[in-house]
Design a protein around this ligand. Structure first.
Ligand code: HEM
Length: 437
């Protein structure tokens, strides 16, 4: 009746970690469903980023997370997301222009550029940054956020750095502190400026649109409104939520976008189907409107299948406060449980072609597994991804613009993967963009 333990511990270090906390790994959809809904606290290693974002949704303890998730949910409702459509179209057109210039000399490594592209969208829609702030996003902010994320990854995979009394004596902690100060200064300046703009302009929100500028209201405005009218969020909490949204979105979305481009390059027949659908939806328009998004049925199937086969978040982990009784074993209170999303995506209920990239499976619900928990690209249960619809919308708009302009080439089949909290290619993944006539 013992639960399966997480494989791959290193000699000595692995046992040292086991002495701190016992870890289990589950891949069965029923088990994962039970743990995801019964245990809302995250595992100890999520605390690695606590000096930066302790109370952000991704890492907060359940007691803080519950009321905050309820407060922030409305910022991600469809009506608000619809107001971002124009900005996403504008940025996607910019992406096409940049790719046109960059791709003249053959296949390119798009990764860094896609990160910058995704950060621009998320900085505009969540922080309200505008084109005059472009330089700050493209240089200082992108650099600092990537550096701090690299430090968190390094610490996550080097357990001897977990104890704070050791970590705070390292040069790495010194670097982390410096970056946190830099990032906090940038975001605090944005928050204070927006606060005073809102006060002096006395802006009124109408369906998420700013009454003065006619532009969408960024997530920051909703958080400031909650702080002002309902007195529920401090400036520090607002900053931590904004930082979390940026951290949770940029590496995931840019890696997924890169994976989809590589898949389209590897399966020309899939690319042609996406292209045909996009042509029908665009007609002669320059941009997509909100109704167009729901017409991109085949593209949505491709995105979902890429997220299934090429998992970007292969595992999530929870802390167990009480014993959890599963059908075949009991997980002990105090242990850590790894929920393998990668394992779910390879569960036998996907059928004999589970390992095959097959977007068509999403077009006929009868061919999909009956247990909805086997698809968990955005995790499952109450602590799932708050930005799921945002991500789907931004991916669809980006792809529609890119696919309609270019014939894409690439090869995902020979990519080797590394796990840096997000699963991504080990070496630069080259992608070609040939302008369609
Ligand atoms: C395709 C892109 C994305 C994927 C695959 C993805 C996946 C996930 C997963 C698996 C989790 C659960 C993490 C865990 O429990 O450890 C999560 C949480 C989260 N994601 Fe995403 N995400 C994506 C894009 C985004 C975007 C665009 C945003 C915001 C604009 C976002 C914001 C968040 C936040 C705030 C959480 C924490 C939610 C909570 O605990 O309440 N994500 N995401």
């Amino acid at each position: 009746n013992s639960p399966p333990t997480f494989p791959g511990e290193l000699p000595i270090i692995g046992h040292a970690v086991q002495m701190i906390e016992h870890r289990n790994a589950i891949t069965d959809p029923t088990d994962v469903g039970i743990v995801a809904s019964a245990c809302l606290d995250k595992a100890f290693f999520y605390k690695i980023g606590k000096d930066f974002v302790e109370k952000g949704l991704l890492t907060a303890d359940a007691i803080i997370w519950k009321p905050h998730r309820k407060l922030i949910n409305p910022a991600f409702n469809q009506q608000i997301l619809n107001t971002y459509l124009n900005e996403m179209n504008v940025q996607a057109r910019n992406l096409v222009s940049h790719l046109t210039a960059m791709a003249e000399n053959g296949q390119i490594d798009t990764y860094q550029y896609l990160i910058q592209y995704v950060l621009r969208i998320v900085c505009r829609t969540s922080l309200g940054l505008e084109s005059k702030d472009q330089n700050i996003i493209d240089t200082n902010y992108t650099k600092a956020i990537q550096e701090i994320f690299t430090i968190f990854c390094y610490r996550a995979f080097n357990p001897w750095l977990y104890p704070s009394f050791i970590y705070k004596r390292t040069a790495l902690k010194g670097k982390e502190d410096k970056l946190i100060k830099e990032l906090n200064n940038m975001i605090n300046t944005v928050i204070q400026k927006r606060k005073s703009d809102l006060k002096s302009n006395n802006c009124i929100t109408n369906n998420g649109i700013d009454s003065i500028t006619g532009r969408f209201k960024p997530i920051l405005d909703l958080l400031l409104h909650l702080a002002d009218k309902e007195q529920v969020l401090t400036d520090d909490e607002i900053r931590e939520h904004l930082d979390t949204i940026v951290i949770a979105s940029y590496d995931t979305t840019s890696t997924v976008l890169q994976n989809i481009l590589l898949v389209l390059g590897s399966y020309p027949e899939v690319q042609e189907k996406v292209y045909k659908e996009v042509q029908e939806v665009f007609q002669n328009n320059e941009d997509l409107n909100i109704h167009d998004l729901s017409k991109l049925v085949y593209m949505e199937a491709v995105i979902k299948e890429v997220l299934r086969v090429y998992d970007v978040v292969p595992v999530v982990a929870r802390k167990l406060d009480t014993d959890i009784v599963l059908p075949k074993c009991t997980l002990k209170a105090g242990s850590t449980c790894i929920l393998s999303l990668y394992g779910l995506h390879r569960h036998s209920s996907w059928g004999p072609e589970v390992n095959k990239f097959k977007p068509e499976r999403w077009l006929n619900p009868a061919t999909l597994p009956t247990n909805p928990n086997v698809y968990a690209a955005f995790s499952i249960g109450k602590r799932n991804c708050i930005g799921k619809q945002y991500a789907m919308m931004s991916l669809k708009i980006s792809l529609a613009h890119v696919v309609s302009k270019f014939r894409i080439s690439g090869d995902i089949k020979n990519i080797k993967w590394k796990f840096e909290l997000v699963l991504k290619p080990t070496d630069p993944a080259l992608i070609g963009f040939d302008l369609r006539s």
